[in-house]
Design a binder for this molecule. Structure first.
Ligand code: S3P
Length: 437
């Protein structure tokens, strides 16, 4: 568990060595959900044992799946319910996780019992209408009972749904997946059309579990034919590129750094952080490993003395949406301006990530312009340490601790416990790398 308050000092040495970041958050949620419905048992390895993904795994146990712990952290045998989950006896706690709640809503809406999901303060303010709308078009009965309209807790009166042909109003893998998960439990063909490519872990896992799923050549339209038969199959979750991103930026901006990150997921719908950092002049080398469902590999990153600003393309935004806070930190250490637009979705993440990123960068003396849909950072001005809030947002906490590694003096982040939602062990990795001589 990360400490409440974490401080770092400007480093006088590079970050060096080899690191293994924890398992991918998006894939872990989906493995728990699909494995819990499957026929048979499967061995899961490198599951992300973070607060978010453990909440989803516990929810699946409430639906009747069984989990037998293995020897290593993140390994267990998951025995599915053979497409016959049972009604949960108490309300499902989704903690901080929008992914957990939105994906499970798709499944729960199509099951023959009632359920209720709730979350923490941040999750209780996040928009749920985006999944309620398509699921209600399928005939689902979902009520958002939060004090904020359209927000959790969600009461779901489960039942038989009808298939749908749905065009997503925003590029969201969570909404896409909620509809596809409901569709796989429903008679007929459910099709989702996306305005831009979003992470395709659901589609890849459908293929892994033998679920028939068609993806158009341009990757924008996805169909699933329900009801499906899910056959349990062993799986190893690759490392999370969103967690690796903190070290890609840290090593790029701290002189003398050379880090190798092992077994990181390199799914092409998630790797734009590498493309954009390279466009900015980062020194990043990839050694790919054999693909089985999800591509992965080792990434070596070295200090980049000539880091410069770049434009992030609109089509790249969904591909690096979670990495934008730390990308903005890289931009503050790069010469020239980095512009990030078309990213209004950041306003409805664990915090309003445009406001929190801009506010914290300014607190460190960076030159930042805020837009409704993004930000522009002009780097080159030396940053100074500051005491900043993480606003209960794991990626803001980690992103600004990384910013502190090259800022004059001391940088302190308050309310860092939420780091545990995606990267348990971050503080240990930080201590390990910063302690080196
Ligand atoms: C996720 C999709 C993204 C991302 C989130 C995880 C997923 O959210 O920000 O951290 O696992 O599907 P949106 O679908 O809201 O873009």
């Amino acid at each position: 568990m990360a400490s409440n308050t974490i401080s770092v000092q400007k480093l006088t040495h590079g970050l060096r060595g080899t690191l293994t970041v924890p398992g991918d958050k998006s894939i872990s949620h989906r493995v728990a959900i699909l494995g819990a419905l499957a026929h048979g048992s499967m061995r899961v390895q490198n599951y992300l044992c973070s607060a978010d993904c453990m909440n989803t795994l516990r929810a699946m146990q409430q639906l009747g799946a069984t989990v037998t712990p293995g020897e290593k952290e993140g390994s267990f045998t998951l025995t599915g319910t053979g497409m016959a989950p049972i009604a949960p006896t108490h309300d499902i706690d989704c903690g901080n996780s929008g992914t957990g709640m939105r994906l499970m809503a798709g499944v729960l809406a199509a099951l023959p019992f009632n359920s209720c999901m709730y979350g923490d303060e941040s999750l209780s303010k996040r928009p749920m209408k985006r999944i309620m709308e398509p699921l209600c078009l399928m005939g689902a009965d979902i009520r958002a009972c939060g004090t904020k309209p359209g927000c959790a807790p969600l009461r779901i009166m489960g039942g038989t749904l009808k298939s749908v042909d749905y065009t997503l109003p925003m590029a969201s893998a969570q909404v896409k997946s909620a509809v596809l998960l409901a569709g796989m439990l429903t008679h007929g063909t459910t099709t989702v059309h996306q305005p831009a490519i979003t992470r395709d872990h659901t589609e890849r896992l459908f293929a892994h579990f033998g679920i028939p799923c068609r993806v158009s050549e341009d990757g924008l339209d996805i169909s699933v034919e329900g009801p499906v038969h899910i056959k349990a199959k062993d799986i190893t979750v690759p490392g999370d590129i969103s967690s690796a991103a903190f070290w890609l930026v840290a090593a790029s901006v701290v002189p003398g750094s050379e880090l190798t990150l092992k077994n990181v997921g390199l799914n092409p719908t998630r790797d734009a952080i590498i493309t954009v950092l390279k466009r900015m002049g980062a020194d990043i080398e990839i050694t790919p490993h054999t693909m089985d469902g999800e591509p992965y590999g080792d990434i070596t990153v070295r200090y980049a003395p000539e880091l410069h600003g770049a434009e992030v393309l609109a089509a790249e935004i969904p591909n690096l949406i979670d990495e934008i806070p730390v990308l903005a930190v890289a931009a503050a250490y790069a010469k020239g301006t980095t512009t990030i637009r078309n990213a209004a979705e950041l306003r409805v993440k664990e915090s309003d990530r445009i406001a929190t990123t801009v506010g914290n960068l300014r607190a460190m003396g960076a030159d930042v312009e805020e837009f409704e849909d993004g930000l522009a950072v002009t780097g080159g001005t030396p940053l100074h340490g500051a005491e900043m809030d993480s606003y209960g947002d794991h990626r803001i906490a980690m992103g600004f601790l990384i910013a502190g590694l090259q800022a004059e003096g001391r940088t302190t982040l308050l309310h860092c416990e939420n780091i545990n939602t995606s990267y348990p062990g971050f503080e240990e990795h930080l201590n390990q790398l910063t302690a080196q001589l």
